[in-house]
Ligand binder design. Structure first.
Ligand SMILES: Cc1ncc(COP(=O)(O)O)c(C=O)c1O
Length: 352
């Protein structure tokens, strides 16, 4: 071991993070909050037709795509940065604003990559717990934790895995309380919740909003995200981002995807109907769960959490254990009603 190069202390301190992405093919994948039926067929058709050797030889450029996607999201092109998934949006915000030892506020439990990038940066992390009883957003506790030295606050809205959300009035309070902090509102599940902080951008110079094509758009493999802020902020973020981090196919696919809004609307309608169905099914089985604004439900399975997860996997249904962060809890992604009927049947067999 003595000849191994020693990494930075921040990296030494980190616990490795490896989400269970292996062996998911052919299973009913209710474990990553993805779209469970796939992207718009138009996206696939486009990629199949347009993939040429000539197209692959050139470095990506975003000149045409930028105004088109900006118009879709209702912002100016200068207020938008393409990112390699939300993950790179988080990374770029942290790299632009957070130095070693800086005060960064996160909520707990939440999406793992906030902690990941803040830790890589060597930030002094503080985590505020979602409310113990109902996992509601701890607005007062967060406001009380904000200090003059707070440099970044990273919030998923709605939050994964709790499903809880904060309203715009709450977000505005946070923005006003922390004028010196970069505040990221990660709207990965926006389409299921319908509330966005985008209209607050012009008023609040410390606001950053991210969206992704990984969830409802069914394109997680593409790694395509969008980060929004005031034009001056975006110019700084661009300095801290590699110029070609978003590949040309991802950008082209996103342009086609937003031209088929009916596909997304119909998937959202289906998933919301399926979410009601799952709630009713869980009520029937006597399994408690938390309220959710996303395409997933956090179930309070209890001491059998891991066993239930494993037995469902044996039947070809993948769900995500979260008992390591909220005792006894397992998260299930909501897909179509047909898929959720199968999930409930298998769960019933395992549960009884
Ligand atoms: C809150 C939240 N943000 C972002 C992501 C991932 O987004 P992306 O695939 O765009 O990096 C997830 C995925 O689970 C998530 O739950």
């Amino acid at each position: 071991m003595s000849d191994v190069l020693r990494p930075r202390p921040a990296v030494l301190r980190m616990a490795p993070y490896s989400p269970p992405t292996a062996g998911r093919a052919g299973k009913l994948r209710l474990d990553f909050n993805e779209n469970t039926v796939g992207c718009s067929p138009r996206v696939l058709a486009f990629l199949r037709e347009r993939l040429t050797a000539d197209g692959l030889t050139v470095y990506p450029e975003y000149v045409e795509a930028k105004p088109e996607l900006a118009a879709f999201f209702g912002v100016a092109p200068e207020e938008l940065l393409f990112t390699n998934g939300t993950d790179e949006a988080i990374q770029v915000v942290v790299n632009t604003y957070v130095d070693d030892g800086d005060d960064v506020l996160l909520l707990r439990p939440s999406y793992a990559m906030y902690r990941f990038y803040a830790e890589v940066a060597g930030a002094a992390l503080r985590e505020i717990d979602y409310r113990a009883k109902d996992l509601a957003f701890p607005l007062d506790e967060l406001l009380a934790a904000i200090g003059p030295a707070t440099r970044a606050i990273l919030i998923a809205n709605p939050n994964n895995p709790t499903g809880s959300a904060v309203d715009l009035a709450g977000i505005e309070k946070i923005l006003r309380a922390a004028p010196g902090a970069a505040i990221l509102i990660d709207e990965a599940y926006f389409e299921f919740y319908g509330v966005t902080a985008l209209p607050l951008l012009r008023e609040h110079p410390n606001l950053f909003v991210s969206r992704t094509f990984s969830k409802v758009y069914g394109m997680a493999a593409m790694r395509m995200g969008c980060l929004f802020s005031r034009a001056e902020n975006i110019a700084y973020l661009r300095k801290a981002q590699s110029p070609y981090s978003v590949n040309a196919l991802a950008v082209a696919a996103a342009r086609v995807a937003v031209r088929d809004p009916e596909y997304i609307e119909s998937y959202v309608r289906e998933a919301l109907a399926a979410r009601d169905m799952v709630r009713a099914g869980l009520d029937e089985l006597g399994i408690p769960y938390f309220p959710s604004e996303g395409n997933f439900i956090l179930m309070k399975i209890g001491p059998r959490a891991i066993e239930v997860r494993d037995r469902l996997r044996d039947k070809g249904v993948l769900v995500r254990d979260r008992s390591y962060e909220i005792a006894g809890c397992v998260r299930v992604t909501v897909g179509s009603r047909e898929q959720m009927r199968r999930f409930l049947e298998e769960l019933k067999a395992v549960w009884r």
